[in-house]
Design a protein. Structure first.
Length: 356
């Protein structure tokens, strides 16, 4: 018997009343679908997807800020998934088709050559994502500062994961029984920022990698904790996650960023859930340079991404799913990204809902 099958049998023995486990990371969501894990779980064990897709949680008002800079003649660069996310006046992709200078980058360091190659242009990096991408933005700014580049700035819409989990775990309407915590973010942050989930909120929490064995091991660990009535923070990600995290990445982030309030799609404004540039790097701050004030954006009519991102509904419960909203013509960001919950459901489970 392989480990996944053995673990699924253990889950069937352990889980005999309804429990709801949130897999926080979009990569977990995709791996769960791809591996067919849902079909091996007891019907009482529901999996709900969380706000772990960086493109999806970027508020529409933040996207509108980036679009407004194109209107003002700046070059706006972003990672590819951001390009098709709709804002009020289109998307970066549609604006590029209309002749605006929006560019896809695969690395934050691409911005250095872009800015140095065209010194009369203002080059702006739309920097989104969690603690996984923020260190690269920090390294970019340290290097840009060292080189004395003056036409480069960053719209820092990076998000911090722990405040989002604090919000979700305090929501009495969600009743999350356990958290499958994001592996990549935990590699950077280590254990401590997530320990409150078990110690303060009493919710079993397990850091897991992305292969099926690790995911079911994490679920068994959560089920064992629920069975015993004792919540703890564990890791089944082996040596990839050190309890202290990645010191080099943490130092980079700490040198360049400080926490600030930030607006999340689905969760709204959350205290200290974003990353702003420290005063030493304020010359690279696009919000200051262009006098921008991001405001909470309007959700596209009918789109229920906010409810999907907080596990309140599955994508099938959105009336636009698979009709007005498809990967080829997305209405909301959850259908755009490779890690978006709606995109994963569309690709892997169009006909069946699968257990919650
Ligand atoms: S199916 Fe489309 S419109 Fe509905 S919640 Fe998902 S992304 Fe938004």
């Amino acid at each position: 018997m392989d480990r996944v099958t053995a673990a699924s049998q253990a889950l069937k023995r352990l889980v005999d009343s309804p429990v709801s486990v949130m897999e926080v990371c979009g990569t977990h969501t995709v791996s769960i679908f791809r591996s067919g894990i849902r079909s091996l779980l007891p019907p009482e064990l529901g999996l709900v997807s969380g706000p772990g897709c960086p493109v999806c949680v970027t508020d529409q008002g933040e996207i509108d800020c980036a679009l407004s800079l194109l209107d003002r003649g700046a070059v706006v660069a972003a990672y590819g998934d951001m390009f098709r996310v709709p804002g009020e006046s289109g998307s970066l992709a549609s604006k590029r088709e209309r002749g605006f200078d929006a560019r896809v980058v695969t690395s934050a360091f691409d911005l250095l050559a872009m800015a140095e190659g065209d010194p009369v242009k203002e080059v702006v990096f739309l920097a989104v994502g969690f603690e996984t991408t923020a260190p690269a933005t920090a390294a970019l700014l340290i290097e840009a500062s060292r080189r004395g580049i003056r036409n480069l700035s960053v719209l820092s819409f990076h998000k911090r994961t722990p405040p989002a989990l604090a919000s979700l775990s305090a929501d009495p309407g969600l009743r999350i029984s356990g958290f499958l915590l994001p592996g990549h973010v935990s590699v950077i942050l280590g254990h401590a920022p997530f320990s409150f989930l078990a110690s303060d909120r009493g919710i079993p929490s397990v850091i897991a990698g992305f292969d099926p064995e690790q995911i079911v091991s994490g679920l068994v660990d959560i089920a064992l904790q629920l069975h015993s009535g004792e919540a703890a923070l564990h890791s089944v990600y082996g040596r990839a996650v050190r309890p202290e995290g990645n010191r080099r990445a943490l130092e980079l982030m700490d040198r360049v960023f400080e926490s600030r309030d930030s607006c999340w799609r689905g969760l709204g404004p959350l205290a200290k859930s974003g990353l702003a540039l420290r005063a030493e790097f304020s010359g690279f701050d696009a919000e200051k340079r262009f006098e921008l004030k991001p405001e909470q954006g309007r959700t596209p009519p009918g789109c229920r991404c906010g409810d999907v991102l907080t596990g309140r509904i599955t994508p099938h419960e959105c009336p636009l799913f698979g009709s007005a909203c498809t990967p080829a013509s997305p209405t909301g960001p959850c259908m755009v990204s490779a890690e978006g919950t709606c995109g994963a459901y569309f690709k892997f489970s169009r006909r069946g809902g699968g257990p919650r």
